[in-house]
Design a protein around this ligand. Structure first.
Ligand code: FAD
Length: 286
């Protein structure tokens, strides 16, 4: 089933997982997916390495597992480090597996890997995918602007190109202050971008995640969020519960604000996905 068909019917609720590191067993993520599928997400998306880590093949295996559990899979496809023939190969395998839903991405530019640039932007990949079959195509968007852009306004102008190229719906980068998302939605409407947008929510539930947030993520950390993280950073159980509660509060507010969907960055944590799903099931209608 194509994900774009869901938005007219309900507030879409989806999970994102990533393939395990090469050292970790695939069975761990398979067990996680067994648990997550029982939570009835509308779809589960699987990240794909932009090149370098070599775990791209696992993403296809994992989408296949998602499908076997009766959940709609979405395959992420970053293009910047792949040649056209490598992209063709992935599309061909995706088709063989019956994958209908693809999140078309540029991928981050790794300073140690010179980009191939046959597909310089996600929009180029989207145009190409349109010639390759009837895929449902999603694209990424950035409520606080993409770090490569000079301004949020410039980034939204580029987002318009991406949507005009054929993106059916969007999934946002994570954010911790819903005001950025509402402002972004207004800006999109002003620029004539009308496709559904899922809000990306990342429950921050351990100290390692906090450190990563602070150094790499680019999302603004509101005072309220920092205060909570500082208070509980040395108490793992309290931090986990506080992170879950913070994400639930964000979701409740977003649903009240008529969000099209919630995309949960689960970090492969079925416990966290369960707690959040249970808490919001009534308001989202899971
Ligand atoms: P683009 O849409 O190409 O945008 C990148 C930059 O170029 C932006 O500044 C944009 O404004 C500008 N731009 C876009 N189009 C044009 C144009 N036509 N002309 C001029 N400038 C333009 N990365 C992975 O490697 N694997 C994953 O699985 C993955 N999953 C993700 C899932 C989500 C929901 C999100 C939000 C991100 C994900 N990423 C993933 C990260 C993503 O690849 C990076 O954020 C990357 O830097 C940008 O990708 P993009 O598709 O948004 O790129």
């Amino acid at each position: 089933m194509k994900i774009r068909e869901l938005f007219d019917k309900k507030t879409v609720f989806s999970f994102e997982v990533f393939p395990p590191k090469n050292t970790s067993s695939i069975d761990v993520i398979y067990r996680t997916l067994d648990d997550m599928s029982g939570l009835n997400p509308d779809f589960i998306s699987v990240t794909y390495s932009a090149g370098g880590s070599g775990n791209g093949g696992l993403a296809l295996d994992i989408t296949s597992k998602v499908d076997s559990l009766g959940v709609i899979p979405m395959l992420h496809l970053p293009c910047i480090n792949y040649t056209k023939s490598q992209i063709d190969d992935i599309i061909c395998k995706a088709k063989e597996q019956g994958i209908e839903n693809i999140l078309a991405l540029r991928g981050d530019i790794n300073p140690n890997i010179p980009p191939v640039k046959e597909f310089a932007h996600a929009s180029t990949l989207i145009e190409y995918l349109k010639t390759k079959g009837d895929f449902d195509i999603a694209a990424a968007c950035y409520p606080e602007g993409h770090p490569d852009s000079d301004s949020l306004e410039d980034d939204v102008d580029n987002l318009k190109i991406k949507v005009d190229s054929g993106a059916d719906h969007l999934i946002s980068q994570l954010f911790f202050d819903n005001a950025y998302f509402y402002n972004f939605r207004e800006l999109m409407a002003k620029k004539g971008i009308n496709v559904p947008v899922e809000a990306g929510i990342m429950p921050v539930v351990n100290k390692k995640q906090i450190e990563r947030m602070v150094t790499t993520c680019g999302a603004s950390l509101p005072h309220k969020f920092v205060k909570i993280m500082q208070k509980y950073e040395n108490n793992p159980e309290a931090l986990r519960d506080a992170g879950i509660a913070y994400a639930i509060n964000q979701i409740v507010d977003l649903v009240a604000g008529d969000v099209d969907g919630i995309h949960l960055y689960t970090m492969n944590n079925a416990y966290v996905a369960r707690k959040i799903s249970e808490a919001v099931s009534g308001i989202i209608g899971i």
